[in-house]
Each structure stands twice: as structure tokens, then as C-alpha cells.
Design a protein around this ligand. Structure first.
Ligand code: AMP
Ligand code: GLY
Length: 417
């Protein structure tokens, strides 16, 4: 099967590694546009992943049998619709179904209609409405931009002025003020074929920039899987009360959801609550989830893309502990850093159980790998338990030299001995 993966992040590198690890020959995979690390494993095509016409023409010309869409931007740009119109199997929802991620108010409407447990929220169009909503819920305040904001659309703060400043910044998109939900966060991915869902394995993401959940929200600074502290029956409950009802409601609306339904959850004292849906694999959770997958990934994604999940095998995961630690450039997430060389990658890769998923990297003609800023790469490690997995990941990341870079040292700390 010839596969085209769209995107250029560590998530897409993890998808490529997952495909290869579970049996897809590297020669059958093309990534557009990819990055320096992905290009070391498979062919990368210099293609604008957000251009529906260019992507479809390329896929037709190269007889692609499955397109896997990594990030949200191509979904929002209608790339999956264009590919489907050309009869190519796509793992990724239509532009309209991707609204589950793109519009928080749409997601709330779907949840309300399907009786899915989520936080109470007020939709606000004016700053006066925001003020009233903040009064209603009280501190800590949760203020969300009602649109795609590259992971920077949400603020959780007890500082009223900071909450209002955030609202002012995003008021043109619309604002959602939500009740504060207290508890552990869980990311749970479901494959969806339009009618049914199939769960992958839970992971936890570390959203804040610095240790002890300090600092601003980011795209994610690390993750681990499995989550040994989850109550029994958790995955079944999320499938029954969240994922399947969401897919059913999308069908009722005439917008069947095919692709990855990412359920962002908080396990509160009163039960499971949805804090967000995404319409794609999460980054960096994918790095740990797919690292543990044994079942052929291409088979699962193709079954979802072609409406055949019922006939696919249940995914099996190793019981190893997997962790990923993100190396970010100086100033991330507040400011951009200039391109800088990365050293020590070979030493890092020599550590037991370690893989590196590249994100913001380019290769220079002399072979030097340069970081282009942002989340630069993810170090992924497995071990027989989290103590070992952490030891491997942190040993590896200490070998990597990038001026000004930073990473969290507390990923999966609470589940290690
Ligand atoms: P989101 O982009 O909606 O996932 O929000 C980003 C982060 O903000 C989440 O990962 C949570 O850590 C936090 N967050 C979002 N909504 C809430 C909420 N209602 N209560 C507490 N924290 C939240
Ligand atoms: N790690 C969070 C996300 O992918 O949105």
C-alpha cells in the first residue's frame, strides 16, 4: 500500500516510525513536506500540505492508496475533501467535520445535543459578556478563543486582568468562558470510520512550558503512556459516553467523522469531563501511543479511512512504559529563536530504548542538522517501567546540545519510583 503522510512535525515522524515498526516498508511511504529527521527514513516531497489541489494532483500522480493527515491546517483547508473527491482513501475528517476542533462553540453544541459530559460554558461576543461570565463562574478563570490559535488560545488564571487581556486579544474570534475543572488530564485517541470508533491507549500530555506545570500553555512539552492510575473501565466509559455519541451526533448532522477523534479529558471528582476535541493525532502524545503499538498501523488507519473498522483487529499495545520529552528552542513558546545547529544526536540515539522524532529541523548541505525554532524534537524512550524509561529519555536528551534550548525534567515523574 502506498501511503502519503502530510505534515512536518514530531507527530508525523512518530506516525512514520509507527508505520515502519508495524510492518509498512519505508519505500511505500512518502511524507510532504517532512523534516530533516523524516527525510533520513523515507522520501519527502516538497509540497505545500495545505494546498488541496497540489496535494491531490501529487497523490493521483503517485498512485497513493492512503493519505494520512497529521496537522489541523490541511483539514481546515479542505485537503481531505479534495482527496476524497479524487477517490483516494483519507485518514482525516472533512473540513466541516474538523469543526469539532476548529470551533469550540460547535464542539459544545455537539456535546450538548448528545448529552456528553463537559464543563459549563458561556459563549461571549462582547467584553461585557466576558466580564459577566467571569463573575458567574469565579476564579480560577478559564478563557478560550473560539477558533484555532496554535495551542495558545486558552488561558487558565486566577488573575482577572490577565483573563480579560486574553479575552481582548481573541474577542474577534468569539470567546468561551468555561467553569474551572479540577483533576488529572487524559488524552484518549479514537480511530473513527464515520460510524464506529476504536480506542487507542490513554496518554498524558504536559501542556505548560516549565516544571511543576508552571509557565504558559504550549503545544505540549512531554507525554507518557500507559497511565497506571486510571480507574478500571475508563476507556470503555469514554467510548460509551463520549466518543461513540460524538460520532453518532456528527452522523445525525450529516457530517460523518472519519479520522482521529482526540478526546481531551479531565478526570474530576464528579467524573469524566471533555475539555476539548481535536480532529487529529495529538503531539506529543502520538510519540508514546504509537511507540507501544504492535498491530499494523497502516491496516488500522486504512480500515478507518474506508469505513471498515468493524473488520479491523483490536489494536494491541506493549505493556512497556513510554515517555517523550520535548526539546524546545530558546524563548519557546513566547518568542522565536534564530536557526542554530544541533549536536549530539548520535550519542542520544545510542542510549537504550531511545528514538528521536524531529519537528523543527532542517539539514544543511554539509549534513549539519539545524533547529528552526519552536518545538525542535521529541526524545522518545521505553523501558520496563517508568523509572527506566525516564532514565533513558533524560540520559539521551542530556547528550543533545542546542544553544538556549530547554525541556521539562518532570515528565512522568509522579509514576516513577
Ligand atoms: P484546551 O486547548 O481546551 O485543551 O486547553 C488547554 C489546556 O487548558 C488544557 O490542557 C487544560 O490544562 C487547560 N484547561 C482547558 N479547559 C479547562 C477547564 N475547563 N478547567 C481547567 N483547565 C482547563
Ligand atoms: N498535545 C496537545 C495537542 O496535540 O493538541
Amino acid at each position: 500500500m502506498k501511503i502519503l503522510v502530510l505534515g512536518s512535525g514530531a507527530r508525523e515522524h512518530a506516525i512514520v516510525k509507527g508505520l515502519i515498526r508495524t510492518g509498512t516498508p519505508a519505500a511505500n511511504i512518502i511524507v510532504a513536506p517532512g523534516n530533516a529527521g523524516i527525510a533520513q527514513e523515507v522520501h519527502c516531497a516538497a509540497l505545500n500540505a495545505n494546498d488541496p489541489i497540489a496535494v491531490t494532483a501529487y497523490a493521483v500522480e503517485h498512485a497513493i492508496e492512503l493519505a494520512i493527515i497529521g496537522p489541523e491546517a490541511p483539514l481546515v483547508a479542505g485537503v481531505s475533501d479534495a482527496l476524497r473527491a479524487a477517490d483516494i482513501a483519507v485518514f482525516g475528517p472533512s473540513q466541516k467535520a474538523a469543526q469539532l476542533e476548529g470551533s469550540k462553540s460547535f464542539a459544545k453544541e455537539v456535546m450538548a445535543a448528545a448529552d456528553i459530559p463537559t464543563g459549563m460554558a458561556h459563549e461571549c461576543r462582547t467584553l461585557e459578556e466576558v466580564e459577566a461570565a467571569l463573575d458567574d463562574f469565579g476564579a480560577p478563570y478559564v478563557v478560550k478563543a473560539d477558533g484555532l490559535a496554535a495551542g495558545k488560545g486558552v488561558i487558565v488564571t486566577s488573575d482577572r486582568e490577565a483573563a480579560m487581556a486574553h479575552a481582548r486579544k481573541f474577542i474577534d474570534m468569539g470567546i468561551l468562558v468555561e467553569e474551572f475543572l479540577d483533576g488529572q488530564e487524559v488524552s484518549l485517541f479514537f480511530l473513527a470510520d464515520g460510524l464506529t470508533v476504536m480506542p487507542l491507549t490513554p496518554a498524558q500530555d504536559f501542556k505548560r512550558a516549565y516544571n511543576d506545570d508552571k509557565g504558559p500553555n504550549t503545544g505540549g512539552m512531554g507525554a507518557y503512556s500507559p497511565l497506571p492510575w486510571l480507574p478500571a473501565g475508563f476507556v470503555d466509559e469514554v467510548q460509551r459516553t463520549v466518543a461513540q455519541p460524538t460520532i453518532d451526533e456528527m452522523n445525525r448532522l450529516g457530517e460523518p467523522f472519519v479520522g482521529l477523534l482526540y478526546c481531551g479529558l479531565i478526570l474530576t471528582a464528579r467524573g469524566i469531563r471533555v475539555i476539548e476535541f481535536n480532529a487529529r493525532f495529538g503531539d506529543p502524545e502520538t510519540q508514546v501511543v504509537l511507540r507501544r503499538l504492535i498491530t499494523p498501523l497502516a491496516l488500522l488507519l486504512r480500515a478507518a479511512a474506508t469505513g471498515n473498522l468493524e473488520t479491523a483487529p483490536d489494536p494491541i499495545f506493549t505493556d512497556e512504559a513510554a515517555i517523550t520529552v520535548v526539546l524546545a528552542s530558546e524563548g519557546y513558546p513566547d518568542s522565536a529563536a534564530p536557526n542554530r545547529p544541533i549536536h549530539g544526536l548520535h550519542h542520544a540515539l545510542a542510549v537504550e530504548g531511545v528514538e528521536i522524532c524531529h519537528a523543527a529541523t532542517v539539514a544543511l548541505p554539509d549534513g549539519t542538522i539545524e533547529a528552526t525554532g519552536g518545538r525542535v524534537l521529541s526524545v522518545v524512550a521505553v523501558g520496563k517501567d517508568f523509572t527506566h524509561a525516564r532514565k533513558h529519555a533524560y540520559q539521551a536528551i542530556e547528550h543533545i546540545k542546542l544553544e538556549g534550548s530547554h525541556y521539562r525534567t518532570d515528565i512522568a515523574k509522579k509514576v516513577a519510583n
